[in-house]
Design a protein around this ligand. Structure first.
Ligand SMILES: Cc1ncc(COP(=O)(O)O)c(C=O)c1O
Ligand SMILES: Nc1ccccc1C(=O)C[C@H](N)C(=O)O
Ligand SMILES: O=CC(=O)O
Length: 470
């Protein structure tokens, strides 16, 4: 038996090597589907691996290195030990308690009665909600306007749906001269209007924005809404950082503006909302349940939870994509998120609310990172929201001494150098731009501040030593 298993395994390995090295040996036709062309590079795959390889202090990919709040950890453990149904499939389009909680919570905010069964789709993270939106709504040849800088997955997702991404940049413009805040990055109404054509199907916005932290004002959203309505286009609004705003900036949902509910898809994320992008900390906490409930460790590799909220006539088509791809998301994770929203509904607006506590904590971390960057001569752009900050590296002269990266943009080379030589991982900002515009923005790198103070201190230590030439 063992021999047969080993033979089967080695023939699989040989086959994979043949496919990798010369697929024509196996298949005379093109092996891969053409939709994978041009979308194979991924900044997270590359830079998260680099950070791990060099064991760098990681201010790169955005995820908290501290625990989610106690109430959500407890809800998660309670769900895990909640009997057999918590380990089996639930409703394909969203666990009933979760869609009910989301509908109750967000109806109050959008100012529109959300139907839990018709108007919500629960997905594996916001990522899958975005995928379902593009697949369900973009046809071959449709144009999708994307505001730059943008979370990188929008472009490949539009392309895989057969659409064409059309870009419009936020431009740094400050009345006083120096651009110091993400609020100084603005969208020109004329420029946006000029991008619409009869093929425009949708506009994608992200507020608070990743990577710069811009929080769109109501007037800016109204301008976008007016153009969507005028040109009969949809709006895909990525609001995964909706609770994270600072200095009085207020997050506004474009879906709440007149005439926009019917044409907006609002995307949200439990990972960002409850600081649990992978439930990794909860795994450890649940070890005790593994012992007592005899469920396997694999059962506890929960997926993330995200959602899309929109009018039922739009969600209907996203459900079609979901039921033919992922079909259904982890039951216990959905149950825990439902409990989290029930709790937040009760304490909404009070100091007990995590949606107040998390931004209050991050506000301090934002200021701590900004003063550190300033003190070493890296001018930060102060974010009004989210958990990222970009900083200008153009004043820094570095001898990269790295032939492998000579053809790459300056920010890519800088980030690689900083990770490899100084042990501090960040993300190059030109990765958030289209190839047409990335050159103009390769003087910025992105730092993530949803980190323990000890991690921020370690980063500060590296930057200070470097600036002193040590
Ligand atoms: C703007 C933005 N949208 C969507 C996502 C994906 O969210 P999720 O982790 O819920 O899939 C992220 C980060 O991961 C993000 O920064
Ligand atoms: N969830 C993901 C799925 C795929 C690729 C990246 C992510 C991220 O988490 C990136 C994070 N939002 C960031 O901006 O650093
Ligand atoms: O890199 C992405 C993630 O979710 O992990």
């Amino acid at each position: 038996m063992g021999l047969i298993r080993n033979l089967a395994r080695s023939s699989t390995v040989i086959r994979q090597i043949l496919i990798r090295n010369n697929h024509k040996i196996i298949m005379a036709r093109q092996l891969h589907a053409s939709r994978t062309d041009g979308v194979d590079k991924n900044v997270w795959v590359e830079f998260t691996q680099l950070a791990a390889d060099y064991k760098a202090v990681n201010l790169g990919q955005g995820f908290p290195d501290f625990s989610p709040p106690k109430f959500i950890q407890e809800a998660f453990c309670k769900a895990v030990s909640g009997g057999p149904i918590m380990h089996q499939y639930t409703r394909a389009f969203g666990h009933p308690p979760l869609v009910r909680s989301l509908a109750k919570f967000f109806s109050r905010i959008v100012g529109h009665e959300i139907d839990p069964l018709e108007d919500i789709l629960v997905t594996v993270g916001a990522y899958q909600a975005l995928f379902c939106a593009f697949q369900a709504l973009v046809n071959e040849g449709d144009e999708v306007i994307i505001v730059e800088p943008f979370f990188d997955c929008y472009q490949p997702m539009v392309k895989m749906a057969g659409g064409k991404a059309v870009y419009v940049p936020l431009r740094p413009k400050a009345a006083s001269g120096a651009v110091l805040s993400s609020g100084d990055w603005v969208l020109s109404a004329e420029e946006l209007a000029s991008k619409f054509t009869p093929r425009t199907k949708a506009v994608v916005i992200n507020t608070p924005n990743n990577p710069i932290g811009k929080v769109y004002k109501t007037e800016e959203l109204q301008m976008i809404a007016d153009l969507c309505i005028k040109h009969d286009a949809l709006c895909i609004s990525d609001e995964v950082y909706e609770w994270l705003t600072y200095d009085g900036a207020k997050h506004v949902k474009i879906a709440s503006l007149p005439g926009m509910w019917e044409r907006t898809i609002t995307v949200g994320s439990a990972g960002k909302t409850f600081s649990a992008t992978g439930w990794k900390v909860v795994h450890r906490l649940c070890n005790v349940f593994i012992l007592f409930t005899a469920c396997s460790f694999d059962d506890l590799f929960w997926s993330q939870v995200g959602w899309a909220i929109s009018s039922g006539h739009i969600v209907k088509h996203m459900k079609t994509i979901h039921q033919n791809t992922v079909y259904h998301c982890a039951t216990a994770a959905q149950e825990a998120v439902a409990q989290g929203f029930e709790r937040e509904y009760e304490v909404f607006g009070s100091p007990e609310s995590y949606f107040q506590q998390l931004p209050a904590m991050l506000h301090l971390k934002r200021n701590k990172l900004a003063s550190c960057l300033e003190s070493v001569g890296l001018q930060p752009i102060m974010p009004q929201g989210g958990y990222f900050m970009i900083a200008d590296i153009s004043s820094v002269k570095v001898d990269y001494n790295d032939q492998s990266s000579v053809d790459e943009p300056n920010d890519f080379r800088f980030v690689k150098w900083l990770t490899k030589e100084k042990g501090l991982a960040t993300i190059p900002v030109s990765a958030f731009y289209s190839p047409e515009h990335s050159k103009e923005f390769d003087k910025y790198i992105r730092f993530c501040f949803v980190k323990e103070d000890s991690t921020l201190d370690a980063a500060e230590d590296i930057l200070r030593k470097w600036s002193k030439g040590q």
